[in-house]
Design a protein around this ligand. Structure first.
Ligand SMILES: *Cc1c(COP(=O)(O)O)cnc(C)c1O
Length: 403
């Protein structure tokens, strides 16, 4: 069993899509290998697995378009390019998130501006006003740990101020908010198919959008700008719109094949995780004083995050949980993403582009006092009972001053 740096092996595997890899995934990959056709646009026997995945994924998320790319970070950068982010424009990003968010903004030649998260651990809509400048172009809400951000007030704010919205749904594939999927609320959505995500193919990402202009720009950008001659003299990508320079961020057929299978498992897995999370929270409702607020629990992908009165208490609970073999963490160590030295100092690959963003103290407080238990896709009922009992015992011990 994997360990999480704790004293004991973890009781269950804290993974989502990867825990469900099985014979169907093997068969799907084997078919691509047998056909010797791993490239989505080139080869003797094109299978169209990446394209088939794009179509199925767009259908599931509820957008007319989805474009598969090489990673979630690539999806974010492509999304910003798709939205037409001008060089030097500002993108509002929540303070508590993965470093891939400011990395993607920098890649797309923008400047990240950090806004507060609230007790949902997602972007606080009330924080947007104070981050608005005449250079603000877009907002990047992050749907953290399978919980959708509060999209309605965020979209209202964006529309009022003429801003574009790119949702980071890397941690929330399939999650819904008020009946609509994460990634279908904004002008574009970005997904990741990395290790700890709901569906995974090793690497990979996708951009979803309902906007044909965004779709066209993303499609071109991830494929060398979309119009070029190959060494064998062919010309690829004869679109109608004006070309611009791109890069290569294509999804492979191996990824497309794997993701096509993973997608068929997604909703069953999310239903199970949501019901486990609800059961755990209900069983501990008389014990735990402060749960993370979930903007729409009906659509969430299953979250067990609680707040302790202080950062020290959260650390103590984490130690107790590690001792017991519960996979748990304080998300991003309870720090703003700008605690990363390069992000803080604006040291991009192109030079120093911003300096010391204002700290988001409220975000650091909420994140630092939080403990998130990671649920696993293959948890048994016995694992769930064990989790309830262990969480109760550890929480009570922590509140009594232990460890
Ligand atoms: C994983 C993740 C990403 C980046 O995805 P990669 O596929 O690892 O590039 C971006 N944002 C968030 C919130 C993530 O969790």
């Amino acid at each position: 069993m994997p360990t999480d740096g704790g004293d004991r092996p973890l009781r269950y595997e804290p993974l989502r899509g990867l825990a469900l890899w099985g014979t169907e995934e093997e068969a799907a990959v084997s078919a691509v290998v047998r056909a010797r056709s791993p490239f989505r646009y080139y080869g003797p026997d094109l299978l169209g697995r990446a394209q088939a995945f794009e179509e199925a994924f767009a259908e599931r998320i509820g957008t007319p378009y989805a474009v598969g790319v090489s990673s979630g970070t690539a999806a974010l950068a492509c999304g910003l390019v798709g939205l037409g982010l001008p060089a030097g424009a500002e993108v509002i990003v929540p303070a508590v998130t993965f470093v891939g968010c400011p990395n993607a903004v920098s890649w797309a030649r923008g400047v990240p501006v950090f806004a507060e998260v609230d007790d949902t651990l997602t972007l606080d809509p009330a924080s947007l006003e104070e981050r608005l400048t005449d250079r603000t172009y877009a907002i990047m809400p992050v749907h953290l740990a399978n919980v959708a951000a509060d999209m309605e007030p965020i979209m209202d704010f964006a529309r009022r101020h003429g801003l574009r919205v790119l949702e980071d749904a890397a941690q929330a594939a399939g999650v819904r908010y008020r009946g609509r999927s994460a990634g279908a609320w904004g002008d574009a959505g970005a997904f990741s198919f990395q290790l700890e995500k709901n569906i995974t193919a090793g690497e990979g990402g996708a951009v979803t959008t309902a906007d044909p202009v965004v779709h066209d720009r993303v499609l071109r950008y991830q494929d060398q700008g979309g119009q070029f001659s190959t060494s064998s003299g062919q010309v690829r990508g004869e679109g109608a719109s004006e070309p611009f320079l791109g890069v290569n961020l294509r999804m492979t057929e191996l990824e497309g094949a794997l993701l096509g299978v993973q997608l068929t498992r997604l909703d069953t897995m999310l239903d199970r995780l949501r019901s486990i999370a609800r059961h755990v929270r209900a069983e501990l409702s008389g014990t735990v004083e402060h749960w993370r607020r979930i903007p729409d629990d009906e659509g969430s992908g299953g979250d067990v995050t609680l707040f302790l009165p202080s950062r020290t208490d959260a650390r103590r609970l984490l130690r107790l949980l590690a001792d017991a073999g519960v996979p748990a963490a304080t998300l991003y160590q309870g720090q703003g993403v700008y605690s990363n030295a390069a992000v803080r100092d604006g040291r991009t690959a192109w030079g120093v582009e911003w300096s010391r963003p204002a700290r988001c103290q409220r975000s650091e407080q909420f994140a630092g006092r939080s403990v998130t238990v990671t649920l696993g896709a293959t948890m048994t009922d016995a694992d769930v009972d064990w989790l309830v009992a262990t969480l109760r015992k550890s929480y009570e011990e922590c509140r009594a001053g232990g460890r």
